[in-house]
Design a protein around this ligand. Structure first.
Ligand code: ADP
Length: 258
């Protein structure tokens, strides 16, 4: 337990540092790309080399902006728009995107829990997080395999380590890929940690997932063994209150009998 506490504190510190840098960098980037755009618009027509150079600089600035977005997501400084969300519906809506992302060699199985509780999250960011997990799964299964996305209602009690007791909707994304050795598993959520080739991985996918889920009041954990596939499980707090029920799913009124 002490080890995981240290890990959590480390993530907290790294998040604060990263967030500060990303925030300032983002502001500078606004100045760069704003002025670049202005220059681009005023370039003479007959200056193809300058136009190309400006185009290249813009492409670089766009990439840098993506990078800072991911870092801001990790450090939980991302503006979120949480809404009451039906996770099963959201996942069902992603099936085409998932199919395209994973290609024909990966079989996709979706196992939605019946009567799944509702959660309050930013649906776009949740989709983004699940897509990131699917991309990691694809990269872990170069020869093909199976991706399973399963949802569940889960009550967490005080005996569960690292997760505050309460009611959660869990989303488990499991693959049959290469899995992770212990040292990789321990660092997988750290920003910039990657085992992928230069240019293939940024090491920011799981950090974004981590930041988004923590900012949403939830938790995320990875379970894996080398050669045994990997499961990443997201815990999102159950939404309770008047928005909780789906208008389509209202309970029948109890009948009074005298
Ligand atoms: P990236 O995908 O850019 O490397 P991530 O933060 O998403 O960055 O992942 C960090 C590392 O965690 C990966 O490089 C890989 O070693 C490991 N990893 C993540 N997901 C999986 C998975 N599903 N199976 C095996 N290893 C994984």
């Amino acid at each position: 337990a002490e080890e995981t506490l240290r890990q959590a504190q480390k993530m907290e510190t790294v998040g604060q540092l990263t967030g500060g840098v990303a925030h300032d960098f983002n502001n500078l980037l606004q100045i760069i790309s704003g002025n670049l755009e202005l220059m681009q618009r005023n370039l003479p027509e007959d200056a193809p080399r300058l136009r190309r150079a400006a185009e290249n600089a813009m492409t670089g600035a766009r990439r840098a902006a993506q990078l800072t977005q991911r870092l801001l997501a990790f450090s939980r400084r991302q503006p979120l728009q949480p809404k009451p969300t039906d996770v099963n519906g959201l996942i069902a809506g992603m099936s085409e995107l998932l199919g395209r992302t994973l290609g024909e060699i990966v079989e996709i199985a979706i196992a939605p829990a019946p009567n799944l509780w509702r959660v309050e999250v930013d649906p776009n960011q949740l989709e983004n997080a699940l897509l990131n997990l699917a991309i990691n799964a694809r990269d872990a299964m170069p020869e093909g395999g199976r991706l399973t996305i399963e949802t569940a209602n889960e009550k967490v009690d005080a005996r569960t380590r690292d997760i505050a007791p309460g009611e959660y909707v869990t989303i488990s994304v499991a693959d049959t890929g290469v899995g992770m050795a212990r040292d990789v598993l321990e660092r997988a959520f750290e920003p910039f940690f990657t085992t992928k080739e230069v240019g293939k991985g940024t090491g920011l996918g799981l950090s974004m997932v981590y930041g988004f889920v923590r900012q949403s009041g939830g938790y995320v954990k990875a379970i894996s063994e080398l050669g045994g596939g990997a499961t990443v499980r997201i815990y999102l707090p159950r939404l309770v209150g008047q928005d909780e029920r789906d208008p389509g799913e209202t309970q029948p009124e109890p009948v009074e009998t005298r």
